[in-house]
Design a protein around this ligand. Structure first.
Ligand code: ATP
Ligand code: MG
Length: 565
């Protein structure tokens, strides 16, 4: 077996893969595999979409097929070009390539219109003037059959004339709709004469002012799949009850190659909301700083936070594809992110709350270039230079005047190792007029670079540091989960906003980062030793003012099992 084959063999199989493999074997769809990812451009993509993207694109890749990107743009009032651009960027960043060109459901508006005329001609569609309230009443309920609309038996000619008037903008918005004539007593409510077209006098981001009527999602989706030669139309479970309608349109129109729809369970994550409407509300009301705020579960938010495409793809593979609804623990996503960064992120040092240390026995103007490995277990990742000097910064939390043995950091009168450098001993605390600690005076042992003290003194603690006059002044943004509640939108009568974590963002100014971080670029994650994983902010960092985002802490501080933090 080649490495690639081994990889594929070790992937957990799932029912969609089995169906496709089976179809290929039986030469269904002439053995072709053509999937599509059909986002509505009314918001940014989130982690749930990532699951759908990975599934659709990887099935095409695995079976030597194709995957289209199709914007499902039937609701122009809520759609925007900015969303289209963001969605394309997200898919590319995840590492997938759609089959060119990009498609739009609106590319098919002419064809869909002609097919609607065809259905009217067949006596299978009619213009209905029931008001929305009346239509609801006529529709019936889950336990009660619906009633036929009084407009159901209009002549073909009258329907054609009215539909033409709808199209020409001669009828007011909301005055009527075009409906499929199926079965008002069907146990499946989706088949009770569903709406095909609505009048909307709004312009469209792709078709301008050409259309005054817009097709519904249900009337558009299957036919768009058919036009593009899609073989496997994969969607989430809420469309299962729409499948008979999807098939009704394909069966009642002159369409030869029929795609098939398959449903899988959507991704739900605890501590997270993934409803686009709610994400938009978070943005519009300013609870976060835009769709790509690093706290958002959007693909662009995670990218900005420092999550790699590989980590996200790995997560999507780990959670699998099933037909039963479940809620995935966000800890799994965090684990995938940590795991990826632990393996791949170069190490660096950054002091978040600086405390000055003066090493009194170190020559005044000397600067030494120490060497430090970029990764403790990966020598191939190389080394970096660390300037060492008489004045350094350590973290405020890493010094105490008195402490018991559990505190393995710097204590007055005791020794600690500076990471990648020497052992120092704290001799004296200097205070300001207010009595606060201003600096620590220390002495270093020049014999301890890369080795233990010669006389057998045991130095257990290791702390991070940076050289005071050779470091970068940086802003650090400490991000945490956006919601405190495990199921923020579970209860209908409780506003999900009440569960927002007030400490989801803490901004620290005046942090001191080692000088090598001047070369950092936003898509690269670093482990700031002992602090967590960080990356340069894509948008706010400048050369004068680097800004680092915390991608994730080193350990899971939310887990009930982990009491250390
Ligand atoms: P939302 O429910 O968040 O508003 P949506 O389903 O309306 O999202 P679309 O843009 O229509 O968003 O979704 C594009 C594709 O992504 C669809 O095939 C949809 O089924 C899939 N998708 C959306 N959310 C999830 C999810 N949480 N898990 C898996 N797939 C999803
Ligand atoms: Mg949708």
């Amino acid at each position: 077996m080649t490495v690639k084959e081994q990889n594929e063999a070790s992937r957990p199989s799932h029912f969609i893969r089995n169906i496709i493999a089976d179809d290929r074997e039986k030469n269904v769809h002439q053995g072709r595999v053509h999937t599509r990812f059909p986002p509505e451009p009314n918001g940014f993509l989130h982690i749930g979409h990532a699951k759908s993207i990975c599934l659709n694109f990887s099935m095409a890749e695995e079976f030597g097929g194709k995957c289209n990107l199709r914007f499902d743009d039937t609701n122009p009032a809520k759609e925007e070009q900015a969303y289209i651009d963001a969605i394309k960027a997200d898919i590319e960043w995840l590492g997938f390539r759609w089959e060119e060109p990009v498609h739009y459901a609106s590319d098919y508006f002419d064809q869909l219109h002609d097919w609607a005329v065809y259905l009217i001609g067949q006596g299978k569609a009619y213009v209905c003037h029931l008001s929305p309230d009346e239509a609801r009443e006529y529709r019936g309920t889950l336990t009660e059959a619906g009633k036929d609309s009084p407009y159901r038996n209009r002549s073909v000619e009258e329907n054609l004339r009215l539909f033409e008037q709808m199209k020409n903008g001669e009828l007011a918005e909301g005055s009527c709709v075009l409906r499929a004539k199926i079965d008002m007593s069907s146990p499946n409510i989706n088949l009770r004469d569903p709406i095909m077209y609505r009048i909307r006098h709004v312009s469209h981001h792709q078709t301008g002012n050409k259309w005054k009527i817009y097709p519904t999602y249900d009337y558009t989706h299957g036919q768009s799949d058919a036009i593009e030669g899609i073989t496997h139309s994969i969607c989430t479970l809420e469309f299962e009850d729409h499948r008979p309608l999807y098939e009704w349109y394909l069966d009642n129109l002159p369409i030869e190659n029929k795609p098939r729809q398959y449903e899988f369970a959507r991704l739900n994550l605890n501590y997270t909301v993934t409803s686009k409407r709610k994400l938009k509300q978070l943005v519009d009301e300013g609870h976060v700083n835009g769709w790509d705020d690093p706290r958002m579960p959007t693909i662009s938010g995670m990218r900005r936070r420092g999550v790699s495409p590989a980590a996200l793809r790995h997560f999507c593979e780990m959670i699998g594809v099933a037909r039963s609804e479940s809620i995935v623990d966000v800890g799994m996503l965090e684990h995938a992110i940590r795991d990826d960064l632990d393996k791949n992120a170069p190490r660096a040092m950054c002091v978040l709350n600086p405390l000055k240390v003066v090493i009194t026995n170190y020559p005044q103007d000397q600067i030494e270039q120490l060497k430090a490995p970029n990764h403790p277990n990966k020598p191939e990742m190389g080394e970096r230079q660390l300037p060492f000097a008489r004045e350094i910064y350590i973290d405020v939390d890493d010094f105490r005047e008195e402490a018991n043995k559990k505190y393995k950091r710097l204590v007055l009168g005791k020794e600690v190792r500076l990471r990648n450098a020497y052992v120092i001993r704290a001799d004296e605390v200097i205070r300001n007029a207010e009595g606060e600690i201003d600096e620590i005076r220390c002495t270093y042992d020049p014999e301890t670079l890369g080795q233990n003290p010669l006389d057998g003194r045991k130095v257990k603690g290791v702390i991070h540091w940076v050289a005071a006059h050779r470091c970068l002044d940086v802003e650090v943004r400490l991000y945490d989960r956006l919601f405190l509640a495990e199921h923020p939108d579970a209860k209908k009568d409780v506003d999900f906003l009440t569960h927002i974590n007030p400490d989801s963002l803490r901004v620290l100014q005046g942090c001191k980062a080692e000088s090598s971080l001047a070369n950092a670029h936003p898509e690269q994650g670093f482990q700031f030793e002992r602090e967590g994983y960080f990356c340069l902010d894509r948008f706010d960092a400048t050369e004068d003012k680097p800004v680092f985002n915390r991608t994730i802490s080193l350990r899971d501080s939310w887990s009930k099992l982990d009491s250390e933090n």
